[in-house]
Design a protein around this ligand. Structure first.
Ligand code: ADP
Ligand code: ZN
Length: 735
């Protein structure tokens, strides 16, 4: 190897290759895992050194030098680089883009590895101003002085100001000019290592839990345990015991949860039981806090790391255990850009690190159950609820017999009244936010549609508008039909409308609505959840946001307003999803002393799905889904990959996929079926026409070889310039 090697650098560009550079003319050669600044075309780009090589395909005279080294220590360890490469290979996604997705935003932007944060402080001159005098001329400046005034010496973080007073940055220059404020930088030192005094011992484990724990403890090194426990069976208690072992041995635990909404309850339970402040990694944190948490995980100082999907890429200095809670949840799959499954990558990561991983769920994915049958995962079950709680009673209400003009049938209304009267709490579930899903002309039946999608506009009342839930387009609510000048009226139910009907039926009760509209404001979600948890809100109305993981001690009745969309879903995963959703939401009820009740309204009570669900619960549905999939050779009995394309002109999308099809056929793998191209089920979205090509094979290797060959050909195909395209390996939604 020559003294100065060739550096193979990944650049954040949609090209699945590395770029060779010569080391900088001065200074040390950067190691793999360090960021560098490189000339790229006519621009400069931040790159990541992936490897050193002795030679390049290009002669040295053609190679350019890197401009400078950004890091003098590795940002990504060997293990981190391994996961990034694995991800890039498995999902056939450009390595540079995977590197970008795996790093916190600040590192992607080339900011220093050790986070420095900017603070704003008030000067003596600023402090001497009379706030009321300033407020008369410049009320915003007065507000800002007021905000930072209390912290005269330490100053206030820019991030905190962004939250407290969006737009404050526009005032900065004027106030600096007057010498009222000053800006300074300081290192951000997070304190994740708390005193480690747990404030609560927790219940002692029951026999099933102890058996589960012992089974998991027996395995050293890599193993996958699927902990299938009915809702409220005490899975979390089992995780907590396992975590305690690992932490006591001085190793780290990484916990992945599907949604940020679930973190506050989890965090307080972890703090209470383990005495540790977890390092949090999720998208609603300020960038500097995320970087600080990421660093602390990487150097091993944060012993407990909790995050959502992208936290799977968090470096772990002293890895000991990974827990994926609610492993079946589709939020673990990224649905755009790099379409990875955090659950699947977590398993790969655990294997590479040779540590155990626990996947927990009341309704495990068919994929994970299948791996248990294959003997790859160990299946551990908690068949009954922990403590004294018993499973909820479920029943159907036939909407043909009991019409529900405002969404709530008489039997459901009666049950709500009864539960409220006896001090219970009620959750009404509807997976549709907004006031009404349709605005229709009472005269001619014209329906208000999105101008950019093949979709109806949803009527919103709180913040009155028509909103497209697919592309986010909005316009004022129309009152008159553009075709016949008839009156428009809202049709159907959304959570806002249900809230209105419920307050009409139950005027003396407090109602809390929890969906992404009501929770967009930061902390509103936490407040609403606190209200719901304490039992101060009697009726909760919400979307699936409310159905997962939460523990509401007083909740005794769950009403499912409409489950019928899922019964006739076109996707082969519909019944798996429907049963998972129903069981999750049902699992919110009767988690403590009193038995819960679940009422599901349906227009199709004879549908075979119901008898299966009532007869055998999720286990039964899972078995019959498994059989169906085996007969039809759907996953997990085959592997799928979807190539999607979208373009302003329909023909461009189809041309590209036709070309992709011929290239795939030319690559000639008899083991891979190629289906399509076809238009996507919702063809027009956000002004683009969507189409797709499905590749299916029982032979995973054959499918991956084909994708591997195909990707660079598609990258250089001319018809690709007019389309946005992507590869989705193991897609979970076929549109
Ligand atoms: P899951 O994670 O399976 O939904 P949790 O661990 O949250 O279940 O437990 C549900 C409820 O049961 C919690 O209130 C928990 O404190 C309680 N619980 C769990 N295990 C036990 C036990 N062995 N004895 C008594 N109560 C328990
Ligand atoms: Zn739209």
């Amino acid at each position: 190897m020559s003294e100065k090697p060739i550096l193979q650098v990944a650049v954040n560009a949609p090209l699945s290759r590395l770029f060779d550079y010569l080391p900088p003319s001065e200074g040390d050669t950067p190691s793999p895992g360090c960021r560098v600044l490189v000339p790229f075309g006519r621009q400069r780009q931040i790159g990541m050194v992936i490897a050193h090589a002795a030679e390049s395909e290009l002669p040295n005279s053609k190679l350019r030098r890197i401009l400078s080294t950004i890091d003098d220590e590795q940002v990504l360890s060997k293990q981190d680089l391994w996961l990034i490469r694995f991800t890039s290979d498995y999902y056939h996604h450009p390595l540079g883009e995977v590197v970008a997705a795996a790093m916190p935003a600040l590192l992607r932007q080339g900011k220093p590895l050790n986070p420095v944060v900017q603070r704003l402080a008030i000067t003596g001159k600023g402090a001497a101003q009379s706030l009321s005098a300033v407020a008369r001329r410049a009320p915003k400046q007065a507000k800002l002085l007021g905000l930072i005034g209390g912290n005269a010496n330490n100053g206030v973080l820019f991030d905190e100001l962004d939250e407290a007073m969006p737009g404050w940055r526009r005032l900065r220059q004027a106030m600096l000019d007057k010498s009222w404020i000053r800006v300074f930088e300081s290192p951000l030192k997070p304190d994740f290592e708390a005193n480690r005094t747990a404030t609560s011992e927790g219940p002692s484990l029951n026999a099933d839990q102890s058996r589960a724990l012992e089974t998991m403890r027996l395995r050293a090194g890599f193993s996958v345990s699927l902990l299938e426990g009915v809702t409220g069976s005490g899975k979390t208690e089992v995780y907590l015991h396992l975590m305690r072992d690992v932490l006591a041995a001085g190793r780290q635990v990484l916990v992945l949860v599907p949604e940020i909404g679930l973190t506050p309850q989890f965090v307080s339970r972890l703090k209470e039981r383990l005495g540790i402040e977890p390092a949090l990694l999720h998208s609603s944190l300020p960038d500097s806090a995320r970087l600080a948490a990421w660093r602390s995980a990487g150097n091993g100082s944060a012993s407990l790391v909790l995050g959502t999907r992208s936290a799977v890429f968090t470096p772990l200095g002293k890895p000991g255990l990974i827990v994926v809670d609610e492993e079946h949840d589709i939020s673990f799959k990224q649905q755009e850009g790099l379409r990875y499954s955090a659950r699947d990558l977590a398993v790969a990561k655990a294997k590479h690190l040779d540590i155990p991983i626990v996947l927990g769920s009341a309704t495990p994915s068919i994929e994970s159950l299948q791996r248990c049958s294959d003997g790859m995962y160990q299946h551990i079950s908690l068949p009954s609820r922990a403590g004294k709680a018993v499973p909820p009673l479920m029943r159907l209400v036939d909407l043909n017999q009991h019409p529900a003009p405002d969404g709530l049938s008489p039997p459901l209304l009666d049950a709500i009244g009864e539960h409220l009267q006896t001090g219970g709490q009620v959750l009404i579930f509807l997976n549709r936010r907004g006031f009404a899903p349709t605005l229709i002309c009472s005269n001619c039946g014209h329906i208000a549609e999105c101008r950019r999608c093949d979709a109806r506009m949803t009527v919103h009342r709180g913040d009155p508008k028509l909103l497209c839930h697919h592309c986010g387009a909005s316009r004022p609510v129309e009152t008159q039909c553009p075709d016949c000048a008839g009156q428009f009226r809202p049709l159907g139910q959304g959570t806002e409308r249900l809230e209105e009907s419920l307050s009409h039926h139950f005027p003396d009760n407090t109602i809390a609505r929890i969906d992404s509209d009501s929770t967009r404001l930061k902390d509103t979600m936490n407040k609403a959840l606190a209200l719901a948890t304490k039992g101060d809100a009697h009726i909760l109305v919400g979307t699936q946001m409310l159905s997962k993981g939460h523990h509401f001690p007083n909740l005794t009745l769950v009403g499912v307003v409409n489950a019928d969309q899922g019964l006739f879903g076109t996707d082969f995963r519909s019944s798996e999803r429907l049963s998972q959703g129903l069981i999750q939401v049902a699992g919110r009820s009767g988690r403590e002393q009193r038995q819960g009740e679940v009422i599901i309204q349906t227009g199709f009570p004879k549908h075979p799905f119901w008898s299966e669900l009532f007869r055998g619960g999720y286990g039964h549905i899972a078995r019959s889904v498994m059989q169906e999939r085996q007969q039809a050779a759907w996953p997990p009995f085959s592997r799928l990959a979807l190539i999607r394309a979208a373009a302003h002109k329909k023909s461009d999308a189809h041309h590209f996929l036709d070309a992709a099809r011929s290239k795939a056929q030319a690559a000639g793998s008899s083991n891979v079926r190629i289906l399509g191209p076809v238009s996507a089920p919702m063809e027009r979205r956000a002004g683009r026409y969507h189409a797709q090509l499905l590749l299916q094979s029982a032979d995973r290797q054959a499918l991956h070889r084909l994708l591997h060959d195909l990707r660079p050909k598609l990258e250089t195909d001319k018809s690709g310039r007019r389309v946005r395209w992507s590869m989705d390996v193991d897609p979970i939604e076929l549109f």
